[in-house]
Ligand binder design. Structure first.
Ligand code: FES
Length: 149
């Protein structure tokens, strides 16, 4: 009887020890997981800030041709200058099947995927198969730079 009691006593306490060790291990793993998650989020945030900064820096008034424009594929933005000093910006995601538009030429924003063309002043469809205009974005001009939000 004494021996059995000993087994019963030691049995649960061993499980408790193991259980505690297991929980501690999980806790450490969970903490490590949280840490990695935060790091990843931080990196993602920095990367997106860097992209926004790069686009902001890259858009100088002189880089946008009058009567034309420029596609910033990474930021999915197209900036145009229909007439001198008048800047417009649109989403560069084609409203047909979501390709990023390829270029601005011949007075239109052009999607190479299926040939849609959009007006550089309004974003309206000039040539299908797209049927919806490119959504316009807000442009602020300051000094030599152009910021799109
Ligand atoms: Fe642009 Fe089809 S995705 S024309």
């Amino acid at each position: 009887m004494t021996h059995a009691e000993d087994l019963r006593t030691t049995g649960p306490s061993r499980r408790t020890v193991l259980g505690t060790a297991g929980l501690a291990g999980l806790g450490a793993a969970a903490l490590a997981g949280c840490g990695s998650g935060q790091d990843a989020a931080g990196v993602a945030g920095s990367a997106s800030d860097a992209v926004a900064g790069a686009v902001k820096d890259a858009i100088s008034k002189t880089s946008i041709p009058v009567g034309g424009g420029k596609v910033f594929a990474d930021a999915k933005v197209v900036v145009t200058q229909p007439t001198s000093g008048d800047f417009k910006a649109f989403s560069a995601v084609c409203t047909h099947q979501a390709c990023v538009v390829s270029d601005v030429a011949g007075g239109t924003i052009n999607c190479a995927c299926h040939g849609s063309k959009y007006d550089i002043t309004t974003g309206a469809v000039k040539n299908g198969p797209a049927t919806a205009p490119l959504p316009e974005k807000k442009v602020s001009v300051s000094g030599d730079g152009i910021k799109v939000t």
